[in-house]
Design a protein around this ligand. Sequence first.
Ligand SMILES: C[S@@+](CC[C@H](N)C(=O)[O-])C[C@H]1O[C@@H](n2cnc3c(N)ncnc32)[C@H](O)[C@@H]1O
Length: 308
Amino acid sequence: MTRRPLPWREAWERALYAEGGFFRTSRPAEHFRTSVHIPAFAGAIAEVVRRTGARQVVDLAAGGGELLTALQPLIDVELVGVELAARPADLPESIAWQPALPDHVDGLLIANEWLDNIPCDVVELDDEGVVREVLVDPVTGEETHGNAYDSAWLREWWPLVEPGDRAEVGETRDAAWADAVSRVTGTAIAIDYGHTRDDRPPFGSLRSYADGREVDVVPDGSRDVTAHVAVDSVAATTGATLIRQADALARLGLDGARPALELAHSDPGAYVRALSAAGEAGELMASGGLGDFWWLVTGTLDHGRLTP
Ligand SMILES: C[S@@+](CC[C@H](N)C(=O)[O-])C[C@H]1O[C@@H](n2cnc3c(N)ncnc32)[C@H](O)[C@@H]1O
């Protein structure tokens, strides 16, 4: 592995996606839990498909194919996983699997927790008030300042104020989602954790995770490298509507409230099922957790159509 300090974006790209990189060698579900691991999430996406009349669902960054596998018994449409990692051995045969987006998506494009894994330049304001690119040693994670860095995106979306302030430059995410959306006739939904101009994290949000816990941020290929998404910038670039996951799911009919206790007496089986569904909805809609995630919605399923 290279020992010279690299610009963060390059080190990040290699760590996750090069031969032997984190996402080439391990399945995301082995390291963290996302919405697609909760069955009620697929129920909500199936409802999106019904409301929009989509004929195809393309899951970009499909991970282990969990969402598509859960969708299969719920809806009768073409299901396609787009994923750099190999096709999971246990994926149902009828689900297509490919390494890159098709030129054209006719229906619903969904990307859960993809944008946060798109590498960005990382910058920091130095003691002289100059914005510097941050370089990183890919083995130790040790950081140094590189060249002065100028970016219109930074000035517009994430101006740095105090020495030590840091940012992840979101241009790569804006461009990636704009490219994906440009292929879609129908609806595109990106779902991720993020921030807007009102609540940018002053020191950035670079994080690493492995084996279910947060670990030191090191782009060495042994762990995830992620940063929250500047969702307002992605929305402005793509014309998307921003809505919190809790609100989107409520509009799609999910409800985290406990079922009435009388049901336990009149129909114990139904009560247990309702209790389990409410538990799943509660986790997906939790404030301070998955419920705070942002949905970037473009196309047929505009804000209004999230209401039946
Ligand atoms: C955090 S995981 C999310 C997986 C799944 N969507 C979920 O919510 O659990 C990010 C996934 O994006 C995949 N990925 C990253 N860039 C990609 C690209 N350009 N095309 C296809 N897959 C990509 C990675 O291989 C990884 O499996």
